[in-house]
Design a protein around this ligand. Structure first.
Ligand SMILES: [Zn+2]
Length: 460
């Protein structure tokens, strides 16, 4: 059982008369996460995740893994440190390297604290006994920290110097097969984003530093987003402004219409068809049907896990209250019982204790937070529960002990408070649990869109 009295949640207490010096622009999610004690700032641009936020992060990781495995992915872990020598071979150290963290070991050998792992994984395959065409496609993914020395790290977890990513790398026998894999993974991405229930946009993107031939980005629309997205209202094409070219941002590249809408987006995921940009220089091959080595054709697929949490909260929350995607909320239900020394304490506690057992049966002990801090008033605990954005908060207050049929207060995140009897409360919680199960059971659609280019501009 999760008890609020035992929770480590170092809320930021700002004295009433304090003059807060605003040194940086704060986003809604960053402000709430910090004030509520869910995330603490470490050094500039790094963050410490506290227990409540860690639960959301773990849920996000599990959901991502579920979808990657459904797409055929196998989980691995690669070292954070990649020898810079590998990046020299692919030419990626020739460009701007100001955002890379580099370290040397005692022998003077230089490493990158990897911002991404194309070189590392391709070199791993190149030094493995050649794999057969029969083993392909091969989809390998990992979830781990990534590093980027951001010039302007801001908005907390949204743009940090160290962040958590899921990165998947795929290997195929040909460009055509790689396109099929791209479609399969894209479908898993779209399923994942639908499960989060935060409106998202998929746009065509520039391939940039990654290289390759085809790329899409997934964005959450928010004024704090750093990308400009354009959407053609006549044909539906959507793209990052960078693919429209410098002076062509007024016409649609697909239908030449000038009816373009602009929005700001936070990039939360990215997919690339890489071709042989990494496998060729690093010599990663497979054995074809006649037993001859041929260069592997690659794709890579990222999801910014810490960024998704921040960006989803940014989109959903109000100025004063967090709102979570259903599947990421740290707990499903918060239960608040009577205050110590109150008139209704004794009879209220009987109901509270029955309710704890019943709720455990409906949503599971792991998803229930019992706010057992009886020294605090119901009002104070309720206010905190609302700010934390628990999907459902149940209060055993004065009305629970009056009359024949006890009434409980039920606060659903973002809705008006209602008074319900115990059966109705349990039914409401059961319906929440059913909704979660339905979201999780979104099965892949039978018609995988293999013609990747047709999915371009699919706007949700
Ligand atoms: Zn158009």
């Amino acid at each position: 059982m999760n008890k609020a009295s035992r929770l480590f949640c170092p809320a930021l207490i700002i004295p009433k008369n304090a003059v807060v010096k605003q040194t940086e622009q704060l986003s809604v999610s960053q402000k709430l996460l910090t004030e509520l004690g869910l995330v603490k700032s470490g050094s500039n641009g790094t963050y410490q995740i506290m227990p409540i936020a860690q639960r959301a992060l773990d849920k996000c990781i599990n959901l991502v893994q579920r979808n990657m495995q459904e797409a055929g992915g196998q989980k691995i872990s690669l070292p954070v440190l990649t020898p810079t020598q590998l990046w020299k071979k692919t030419g990626r150290l020739d460009g701007d390297i100001s955002e890379f963290y580099m370290v040397r070991d005692r022998s003077g050998k230089q490493f990158l604290m990897s911002p991404t792992h194309e070189e590392a994984i391709t070199a791993m395959l190149a030094t493995t006994a050649p794999i057969s065409y029969r083993q392909l496609p091969l989809l390998l993914y990992q979830i781990g920290p990534k590093f980027r020395d951001e010039l302007k790290s801001r908005f907390g977890l949204m743009r940090a110097k160290e962040f958590l990513m899921k990165d998947m790398y795929t290997f195929d026998v040909s460009k055509e097969k790689a396109e099929l894999t791209y479609a399969t993974v894209s479908e898993a991405y779209e399923r994942f984003f639908r499960q989060l229930e935060v409106p998202f946009v998929k746009v065509e993107a520039a391939t940039g530093i990654m290289g390759g031939s085809l790329s899409h980005e997934y964005h959450y629309i928010s004024p704090v987003g750093e990308d400009t997205l354009l959407n053609c209202s006549s044909c539906g094409y959507a793209g990052n402004a960078e693919v429209f070219g410098e002076d062509a941002t007024s016409t649609c590249p697909n239908c030449q219409s000038t009816q373009l809408n602009r929005v700001r987006g936070v990039e939360v995921a990215h997919t690339f068809l890489l071709g042989d940009k990494y496998s060729k220089p690093l010599g990663a091959t497979y054995l074809n049907t006649s037993g001859k080595p041929e260069t592997l054709v690659m794709g890579c697929y990222g999801i910014g896990i810490t960024r998704i949490i921040a960006a989803a909260l940014e989109v959903l929350s109000t100025e004063h209250e967090l709102r979570w995607p259903t599947l990421l909320a740290p707990y499903d239900v918060c239960l608040i019982g009577p205050k110590q020394g109150s008139k209704e304490q004794v009879s209220g506690e009987r109901i509270e204790s029955d309710l704890l057992q019943q709720l455990t049966q409906v949503c599971g002990a792991e998803q229930l937070l019992h706010d057992d801090r009886k020294e605090l008033t119901i009002g104070k605990r309720l206010m905190e529960a609302k700010r934390l954005g628990h999907p459902l908060t149940v209060v055993v207050g004065a009305k629970a002990t009056q009359g024949e049929a006890p009434k409980l207060e039920l606060h659903a995140s973002g809705a008006e408070t209602v008074e319900l009897n115990i059966t109705e409360v349990l039914e409401r919680v059961a319906s929440h649990v059913r909704h979660k199960q339905q979201l999780l059971q979104q099965i892949p659609s039978s018609e995988t869109d293999v013609r990747v280019r047709q999915t371009v501009g699919h706007v949700y």
